[in-house]
Design a binder for this molecule. Structure first.
Ligand code: UT7
Length: 323
């Protein structure tokens, strides 16, 4: 018998305020046509003043619990992927734990920027396979609007806020690619590229700081690294691109998404795309896309999914799972 970490439920939360590209035209030398054509983004959601990464994470968690017909007490562990924690510490995950009224189990954050949800899924999978937890709530939640330099047109038009959550449960499998659940993971990082995408604040400066990105340099790495990590994860899972029903990529740029699909030999008909509506929500983008893809009726039980992401570090990776 092989243990598998199987999806029990999914949910998301998006703040009410929707900001179209045109809203940036008054304050910046930019326009809707540039943003759409260079990134595919048309609008994004921004958190209200009283919303934080933890409040959005809790809302997404509640939606996933409802979808799974589970109560907070049924969960053994919470992992939150985020780079925009409410406070330096404690973790967002413990804030969510308190908010859900959970008095047992354990909770912690994972920080791998835009690849954070892939890293969190991989951690959750390892904990389930090693018997440390039976049910893990995995959340990606971000408030990137709080780390934007609003005078920098090359970054502030790209990012958005939101949260998505997935519940994984230990279930027996046969050890074949036909099993439901996580079939393989692949994680990578290369700190030599740490200056391509970073926030210029933290405990060393005593400020929160603003996001700084050499977008075209990150772009140069993205397609090649995303295709290669997806390929490695598929090989590990014993599946090939023809078997894949859906790529659920990190939603940073439609051109990266298209380039990666092409490199994998897959049609855009097999890709869940939300970048036009959410912008880049960093670690929240994949769980948001999973939840929206499920809501749209794209992702169905038994479908084979490849999720992949790259971001600051650089850190990148992929997860193959059967829904
Ligand atoms: O999620 C984490 C990982 N991050 C990513 O994956 C992001 C990867 N990078 C990208 O998505 C793209 O590189 C961007 C969307 C950020 C930029 O697209 P690009 O095609 O790489 O453009 P560029 O940075 O090479 O800039 C082209 C031009 C520049 O002008 P010059 O130097 O050619 O005169 C920029 O100054 O576009 C200019 N530009 C803008 N123009 C209008 C930059 N931002 C804007 C803007 N509006 N908002």
């Amino acid at each position: 018998m092989t243990l598998r970490a199987v999806v029990k439920g999914v949910g998301h939360y998006l703040p009410e305020r929707v900001v179209p590209n045109s809203e940036f035209e008054d304050s910046l030398d930019t326009n809707d046509a540039w943003i759409r054509s260079r990134s595919g983004i048309q609008r994004r959601h921004f958190a209200a003043k009283d919303e934080t990464t933890s409040t959005m994470a809790s809302a997404a968690a509640r939606a996933a619990l409802t979808d799974a017909s589970l109560a907070p007490a049924d969960i053994d562990a919470i992992i939150v992927a985020t780079s925009t924690a409410d406070l330096t510490f404690p973790s967002v995950a413990t804030m969510v734990q308190a908010d859900l009224g959970m008095e047992t189990g354990f909770a912690f954050d994972v920080q791998a920027v835009c690849a954070g949800f892939i890293y969190a899924l991989s951690n959750a999978n390892a904990m389930i396979l090693s018997g440390q937890a039976k049910r893990v709530l995995v959340i990606g939640a971000e408030t990137f609007s709080r780390i934007m330099d609003w005078s920098d047109r090359s970054t502030c038009v790209l990012f958005g806020d939101g949260a998505g959550a997935l519940i994984l449960e230990a279930q027996p499998g046969k050890g074949t690619p036909q099993d439901r659940g996580i079939l393989s993971t692949d994680l990578n990082s290369d700190g030599r590229h740490k200056d391509l995408l970073y926030v210029d604040g933290g405990v060393s400066t005593g400020t929160t700081g603003y996001l700084r990105m050499q977008g075209n340099q990150v772009f140069r790495h993205a397609v090649e690294k995303l295709a290669s990590t997806a390929q490695k994860a598929m090989e590990r899972a014993g599946v090939s691109p023809q078997d894949v029903d859906w790529i659920v990529p990190h939603q940073a740029n439609i051109r990266i998404i298209q380039g990666t699909a092409k490199k994998l030999g897959l049609s855009m008909d097999n890709v869940v795309v939300t970048v036009q509506d959410h912008g880049n929500t960093s670690a929240a983008s994949i769980p948001l896309a999973l939840s929206v893809g499920r809501e749209r009726g794209q992702i169905k039980e038994g479908d084979l999914l490849v999720t992949e992401a790259i971001g600051g570090g650089l850190a990148w990776g992929a997860v193959v799972l059967r829904w």
